[in-house]
Design a protein around this ligand. Sequence first.
Ligand code: AR6
Length: 177
Amino acid sequence: MTDVRVECVKGNIAAQPDIDAVVNAANAELLPGGGVAGAIHSAAGPGLAEECRALAPIRPGQAVISSAHNLPNRHVIHCLGPVYGVDEPADRLLADCYRNALLLADRSGLESVAFPAISTGVFGYPLDEAASVAMRAVAEALSSLGSVRLIRFVLFSDQDLVEFREALAHEPGLSGQ
Ligand code: AR6
């Protein structure tokens, strides 16, 4: 049995002070944008965009790590999700985001990671499908994790929270947590 806890909460990804690394639903240039990227960059301050210049551009499915600047975390992990209907295969690219972010956190010795619902805003990925892909990717990554002990999904609405909780309950290997 794994000793990694997976949980879903409603909230703001930029306000998770008990978490080592928060994940940004980034754009390829790692610039401040709307949604998650807007919330993270405005809470982190301009130093984050400055540091990110050297890490960009990234491709769909990729994850890179930076400092958290004024955020109450140690690091930000920036992932570029697929644009739904454009970047294919979308499910593999979205799963890559979750897996690569978790492996990067683990290699950095971090114990906790919080994810938003990557690609489900501006990038148009249907939330129920994205939730299943996310949970499957997490389940598949668990056996590779040594330091990560808490994986939190931070959802923005009650409906999104319900969908992610359902996907968690239905994923073999994660259900019953
Ligand atoms: N905390 C948690 N979840 C949030 C927050 C927040 N503060 N704000 C929005 N969400 P999006 P994407 C939810 O659009 O689809 C950006 O402009 C939101 O309801 O942030 O990957 C970037 O610059 C949705 O369910 O990310 C990129 O260009 C989910 O987070 C592009 O948008 C993701 O929405 C990335 O698009």
